[in-house]
Design a protein around this ligand. Structure first.
Ligand code: ATP
Ligand code: RIB
Length: 342
């Protein structure tokens, strides 16, 4: 199964730019309908709040990451499940409108489409997920996923579908030579040693890094320590996402911090998904045969690109609707460069 013609090669990692050729990303993960209420502050237990506005928008970490990668120009395929209901139809249609291959998005006869009840306050958010059809993703979906490995370069995974299936997908993709990027969200327990061997890049946020490493993660120093702890478990690269503080990155050659871009954030829902889709799109440009993830300049450049994608996403409301295009990211990075040299 074809999802693109392969990556354009980049001579100098500093030159990473939005795509103008086809690329190859496959996503196995969740599709949710997000039911979003804007509130002045997040509710306390037992408190009833009047919202300032309500919207029903397509989301789900898997689908969000697929849209992020596709808007940046990546040839992208989505594998997952929706219910046989109106939400399912809209979720599938939205991905198709982004030119994402949805031929491996199955329809569950038993479960409704996944939903997320989201409260967004000016500086925070709260999410309750009902897995629905996402919880039924099974070995049959791995059979639909594997044919994409013939040409895909990158597999994006998250934890909103059953963990044993995520682990199996990572093992199969690793064996097939793909770069496996795992967003361990939501995280409930440490990762198994075997799973770690199959992860190229792990991208927890602050909370997830604490759960997975068993360490407190309140400061940048603690985030570096947690990233290094996880990296030593056999994962090539660990990137801990720290919201407006940016990211810390741990590799076998050492750790470093990449600050976030300074923007006026209005809605941080799916910031992490924007980052992962952006990271996949950036890495697609690199010839993985000759460049390794331990190449610091190259990795830094890809992370900066992903940070720009996420920074732009937090300036818009919604999940998939907030993802920027390649042209917008290019313009943003040029503006940032001019600011630095002025
Ligand atoms: P979510 O679960 O809401 O999708 P997350 O918790 O996984 O997000 P965050 O750490 O909140 O991820 O954000 C991911 C990345 O997005 C950050 O590392 C940063 O690059 C960017 N980002 C997030 N918030 C801001 C902000 N206020 N300003 C600039 N960039 C931001
Ligand atoms: O990462 C943001 C996403 O988390 C939302 O779109 C929601 O569906 C939940 O899955």
């Amino acid at each position: 199964m074809k999802v693109g013609k392969g990556p354009a090669k980049v001579a100098n990692p500093q030159d990473l730019q939005p795509m103008d050729g086809p690329m190859d990303v496959v996503v196995l993960g969740s599709l949710n309908m997000d039911l979003v209420a804007r509130v002045a502050h997040l509710p306390q237990p037992g408190e009833t709040l009047l919202s300032e506005g309500f919207a029903t928008v397509p989301g789900g970490k898997g689908a969000n990451q697929a849209v992020a990668a596709a808007r940046l120009g990546a040839a992208t395929a989505m594998v997952g499940r929706v219910g046989e209901d109106g939400f399912g139809q809209v979720l599938r249609d939205r991905l198709q409108a982004e030119s994402i291959d949805t031929s491996a998005v199955a329809t569950s006869q038993q479960a409704p489409s996944g939903t997320a009840l989201i409260a967004v306050s000016p500086d925070n958010n709260q999410i309750i997920i009902t897995a629905g059809a996402n919880g039924e993703v099974s070995a049959a979906d791995l059979d639909r996923l594997s044919p994409y490995f013939e040409q895909a370069k990158i597999l994006l995974l998250q934890f909103e579908i059953p963990l044993p299936i995520v682990e199996k997908a990572a093992a199969l993709a690793h064996l097939a030579g793909l770069t496996v990027i795992v967003d361990p969200a939501p995280a409930h327990a440490p990762l198994s040693p075997n799973f770690c061997q199959h992860i190229s890049i792990l991208t927890p946020n602050q909370t997830e890094a604490a759960v997975l490493s068993g360490r407190a993660v309140e400061t940048v120093e603690e985030a570096i320590a947690a990233a290094e702890t996880l990296q030593r478990q056999g994962i090539a690269v660990v990137i801990v996402k720290l919201g407006a503080q940016g990211v810390v990155c741990a590799t076998a050659d050492g750790s470093f911090v990449i600050p976030a871009f300074s923007v006026r954030a209005i809605d941080t829902v799916a910031a992490g998904d924007a980052f992962n889709g952006g990271l996949a799109a950036a890495l697609c440009q690199i010839d993985m045969q000759t460049q390794t993830l331990n190449n610091r300049p190259l990795l830094t450049s890809a992370i900066r690109y992903a940070s720009a994608v996420a920074a732009l996403a937090v300036t818009q409301s919604g999940a998939q609707s907030a993802m920027p295009t390649g042209a917008q990211v290019k313009a943003f990075l040029e503006t940032q460069k001019k600011k630095q040299t002025a």
